[in-house]
Design a protein around this ligand. Structure first.
Ligand SMILES: [Zn+2]
Length: 76
C-alpha cells in the first residue's frame, strides 16, 4: 500500500520558480475577496477587490521583501 505523502511548504523555496501571480491579477473583471497573510511578520488582511483592481496588498508594497500568501475567500 502506498503511503500518503504530506505536501508541505519548503522553508527555502526558490522564488524564481514559483508562480507569483496573485488573486489580484486573476479574474480582474469580477469582485474578489482576497485574504492576505504575511509569512514574515504574521500580519493578515482581507481585501475586497473591486473589478479592475490589480494592485496587491499595501503591506506587500511597503515591504517588498516580505513573502505574502494570497488566497480567495469567495471560492474554494
Ligand atoms: Zn510583513
Amino acid at each position: 500500500m502506498p503511503e500518503t505523502t504530506a505536501v508541505g511548504t519548503a522553508p527555502n523555496v526558490d522564488m524564481s520558480a514559483v508562480d507569483t501571480t496573485t488573486p489580484f491579477e486573476r479574474d480582474v473583471d469580477s469582485h474578489r475577496v482576497v485574504s492576505c497573510y504575511c509569512c514574515r511578520c504574521g500580519e493578515t488582511a482581507t481585501i475586497l477587490a473591486e473589478p479592475g483592481r490589480t494592485h496587491e496588498w499595501e503591506h506587500a508594497r511597503r515591504h517588498p521583501t516580505h513573502v505574502v500568501d494570497y488566497w480567495r475567500e469567495d471560492e474554494s
